[in-house]
Design a protein around this ligand. Structure first.
Ligand code: 6R9
Length: 649
């Protein structure tokens, strides 16, 4: 680890930066020496209706975990994203929307966004939705997605976005868990010319819920224009609802600790968790990290190519950039449609200065050599970002050399749905880069590495990544289940927040993320719990038992390897394997579709009946020479069968 290449900060990045290395070090020190003074100062970057006097009241002690920031202040997130910019920026573009098909596009100014948000907010109030109510948003990447989030924030409703690639069942369980009164969706979605029937999925989700259905209304955006089934009294067209509404809506004064949103994410056990974020600390974190991490300056054109269904879309397509009055590109499609040149073409078309994407997208393009960038200039780019999973050095270099033309720093940003925004990252004008390292903590963040017993490790080391103290953007609870919040994040290592990630720290104090250490997969940057996929598999009539592990996959980072044992009397076949794959796609999402499915007469279990995933991981990764101790297995012979029938990649 001492011989990796180091890329010093380019002079051009130093010139324009908010923070050179000395400033970073000085601000970082100040943020740890006196968090209250530091955040009292930086909390002012947000407009408060009633200024806070309290700053930090947090505890990571099991049994009394609480996270409160700025807790006596009041504010409104949509006011901060819209109203406060209007005096100077009414006609500035907030979003350049680029549709799935090249040539389909639309520019939305801050004034237009404000008008539409107010109209939808008024329309939602007219449907009986108010402060504290939950609203499920199931939309494609269209400007109405940002409008929906901001309209909820405006009236104090709590949004819960469900990724448009999720199935009716996944949608239904998320609707029920938070008891949503309202769903905002579209007729259909388009991605890479493939259509998803969102309204139809919504109808199915609600129908399956039967008596448990909490949804009173469904607002439908007419986007693609194919027919939908209308449920009179329940369904409302978005454009008809808005037409009747005034373009002004008083923003609700929210307490800093009032919920802003819930976002479901996969954990290592059973059902997805509703990660709860509140208003004040999240907005401070979103806006401050957006400014410093990307070195965003007024006038920059900024493009985060994520989906609003993920936390990256919440913080870095909606709340962060809008709080800073930025001009963003919003893209409906995929990097490879209609060709692998699409990303570079969009960068040139809008003269994008800051591009934020994921390693999985970079690897998909990289497979085509330089074709994705041939014929494009890309000279507008100043900063590149990466998020979602460790970026392997090959992908880093391809991104750096071909997209950034060697000029642009790459900010490899490590964070989680739970953290609200970026925690470990280079700053473009401050941090010398090492390909594959997320480098150093952002202001106020105290990472540490512990061994499996929870002992803090010093200096150069490898172990489990924890955070020692709170930061304003931190999640506050699991929606409706504070006990689960404490158990999931604070019970493994006493007094610390456990990230679930492994990490190394090198001689320079740089962090290198090594992937999840729990039963969570990271497939193309998407988080999937193995338990979730396993419970879906065993619900299939042919399957007795299932175990799911990740294995190294060139494009996806991790692929999904499924081991299944058939029920008595069931004969495995290619058709059945295909049926199982389709089942998972349909029940969860195409994202969860298994890459490899291996049938086995039995799975390796301890005598107490626990499936030994450690062994299955080794087999899936083709490392069965180093299986380790298998003496605790109830029946060691199943291992041999599994190895002999291992599937080739
Ligand atoms: C923002 C987001 C979180 C998990 C996280 C980690 C992985 C994200 C990373 C990274 C290495 C990076 N992860 N960024 N690993 N380097 N720059 O992705 O949130 O969907 O909740 O996933 O993703 O394993 O714990 P989320």
């Amino acid at each position: 680890m001492t011989h990796q290449s180091v890329y010093p900060v380019p002079a051009s990045a130093k010139e324009r930066t908010w923070a050179d290395n000395d400033t970073y070090l000085q601000m970082y020190r100040a943020s740890l020496d006196n968090p209250t003074a530091f955040w009292a100062e930086h909390g002012k970057r947000i407009d408060w209706f009633k200024p806070f006097t309290e700053v930090k009241d947090t505890s990571f002690a099991l049994g009394e975990v609480h996270v409160n920031w700025f807790s006596d202040g009041t504010l409104n997130a949509s006011y901060n994203c819209l109203d406060r910019h209007l005096p100077e920026k009414a006609n500035q573009v907030a979003y350049y929307w680029e549709g799935d098909e090249p040539g389909v596009q639309k520019a939305v100014t801050y004034q237009e966004l404000y008008d539409e948000v107010c109209q939808l907010a008024n329309g939602m109030r007219a449907l009986g939705v108010g402060k504290g109510d939950r609203v499920t948003v199931y939309l494609p990447m269209i400007p109405q997605a940002a409008v929906a989030l901001l309209a909820c924030a405006r009236i104090g409703a709590i949004h819960s976005v469900v990724f448009a690639g999720f199935s009716p069942d996944a949608l239904g369980s998320r609707i029920v868990d938070c008891d949503s009164k309202l769903v905002i969706t579209a007729d259909q979605a388009l991605r890479g010319a493939r259509m998803t029937a969102l309204k139809d999925n919504t109808d199915q989700a609600i129908a399956h819920l039967g008596k448990a259905n909490p949804v009173k209304h469904v607002i439908v955006v007419k986007h693609v224009g194919q027919n939908i089934d209308e449920h009179p009294g329940r369904d409302v067209w978005y454009h008809e609802l808005l037409a009747a509404q005034p373009k002004h809506c008083e923003p609700e004064a929210m307490n800093a600790e009032d919920p802003l949103f819930i976002l479901y994410t996969s954990g290592s056990t059973g059902k997805p968790k509703g990660v709860l974020h509140t208003t004040g600390g999240y907005m401070v974190w979103a806006s401050m990290t957006h400014q410093y991490v990307f070195d965003y300056h007024p006038g920059d054109i900024y493009w985060c190519a994520a989906d609003v269904g993920w936390v990256t879309g919440h913080t870095y397509i909606v709340y962060g950039p809008l709080a800073n009055g930025a001009t963003s590109v919003m893209f409906e499609g995929v990097p490879t449609y209609p060709s692998v040149k699409r990303i570079a073409q969009i960068v040139d078309k809008y003269q994008v200065n800051i591009l934020y994407t994921a390693p999985t997208a970079i690897r998909a393009l990289m497979a085509h050599g330089t074709a994705p960038v041939d014929g494009s200039s890309l000279t507008s780019l100043k900063v590149l970002g990466s998020v979602g999973e460790p970026i392997n050095p090959e992908a880093w270099h391809w991104y750096h050399d071909n997209v950034g033309k060697g000029r642009c720093p790459i900010v490899d940003t490590w964070w989680q749905t739970e953290t609200g925004g970026v925690l470990i990252t280079p700053l473009p004008g401050a941090t010398a880069l090492k390909p594959g390292s997320a480098t150093r903590p952002f202001f106020g963040v105290q990472p540490a590495i512990v061994d499996n017993e929870g002992n803090l490790l010093e200096g150069t080391c490898e172990g489990n990544l924890v955070l020692l103290d709170s930061w304003p953007g931190q999640m506050r609870s699991v929606y409706g289940d504070h006990e689960r919040f404490e158990q999931t994040y604070f019970s493994t290592y006493k007094g610390m927040y456990f990230t679930g990630d492994g990490a190394k720290r090198d001689d320079d104090g740089y962090y290198w993320l090594t992937g999840r250490v729990d039963d969570v997969l990271n497939v193309s940057g998407h988080r999937l719990g193995t338990a979730e996929i396993e419970s879906c598999l065993v619900a299939h009539e042919a399957i007795a038992e299932a175990a799911v592990v990740g294995y190294p996959h060139d494009l996806k980072g991790q692929g999904i390897y499924v081991f299944i044992a058939p029920r008595v009397g069931v004969e495995p076949s290619d058709e059945l394997t295909k049926a199982v794959r389709d089942w998972v796609r349909r029940e969860i999402s195409p994202i969860a579709s298994p890459d490899l499915i291996q049938w086995a007469p039995g799975l390796p279990k301890t005598r107490s009946g626990k499936i030994m995933r450690r062994i299955l991981r080794k087999i899936a990764a083709n490392e069965h020479d180093s299986l380790g101790d298998i003496s605790t297995l109830a029946d060691p012979s199943v291992v041999e069968h599994l190895i002999n029938n291992r599937l080739n990649k």
